[in-house]
Design a binder for this molecule. Structure first.
Ligand SMILES: N[C@@H](CCC(=O)N[C@@H](CS)C(=O)NCC(=O)O)C(=O)O
Length: 208
């Protein structure tokens, strides 16, 4: 059994998508980050970085419970545990890791800053909006260029697609029209048609 600590955000949904794809049994523990639940001592004991997602694999390596935070690390751990969604050929594997890092270091932080400055900042900061929106469109351009030539981010459907999809799903929040990036749109529709992705995107609204 895997305990998933999550909320209805892109970083949380990466992991629920993966768990749905794997068909592993898991329990959802909603952590309402809007209400500050990420700062409780109980949650900090699981993730000292006070961010969702986090997991506890009750049947971790060596048969012991294993706690993990950082969505990219969680996806790689679940791949390691199951042997799925990460190719084994070294070059293919590192290409997936490359796109996962691209998501973790670029897509997530930059799209997230656009969301913050457009939707949450207490006052308009035009410089920040321009800076992060420009970078967001640049990242979409990189994705679009790659996906023009490839069906998935790696050589096959992988954790890199699962990590990127929930961020692109917020395209209206960062004011990107997917018709400007047609290869991203085709990829987005392809990934979004997967039933496991659809189920994972509903967590934590659907209690497991
Ligand atoms: N790099 C982290 C980022 C996690 C993160 O930023 N989570 C957000 C929700 S998407 C959060 O918990 N925010 C709570 C806060 O800012 O206090 C990961 O990928 O797991």
């Amino acid at each position: 059994m895997i305990d998933l600590y999550t909320w209805s955000t892109p970083n949380g949904r990466k992991v629920s998508i993966m768990l749905e794809e794997l068909g592993l049994p898991y329990r959802v523990h909603p952590v309402n980050i809007g209400a500050g639940e990420q700062h409780t001592p109980e949650f900090l004991a699981i993730n000292p970085n006070n961010r969702i997602p986090a997991i506890i694999d009750q049947e971790g390596p060596e048969g012991r419970p294993f706690k993990l935070f950082e969505s990219g690390a969680i996806l790689l751990y679940l791949s390691w545990k199951t042997g799925r969604f990460l190719p084994t050929r070294v070059t293919d594997q590192f290409e997936v890791i490359q796109w996962l890092m691209f998501q973790m270091g670029g897509v997530g932080p930059m799209f997230g800053q656009v969301h913050h400055f457009l939707r949450a900042a207490p006052e308009p900061v035009p410089y920040a909006i321009t800076r992060y929106s420009t970078e967001t469109r640049r990242l979409y351009g990189v994705l679009n260029g790659h996906l023009t030539q490839h069906e998935y981010l790696g050589s096959e459907y992988s954790v890199a697609d699962m990590a990127t999809y929930p961020w692109v799903a917020r395209h209206e929040w960062h004011k990107v029209d997917l018709s400007d990036f047609p290869a991203v749109k085709r990829w987005f529709d392809r990934i979004g048609a997967r039933p496991a992705v659809q189920r994972g995107m509903l967590v934590p609204q659907i209690q497991k």
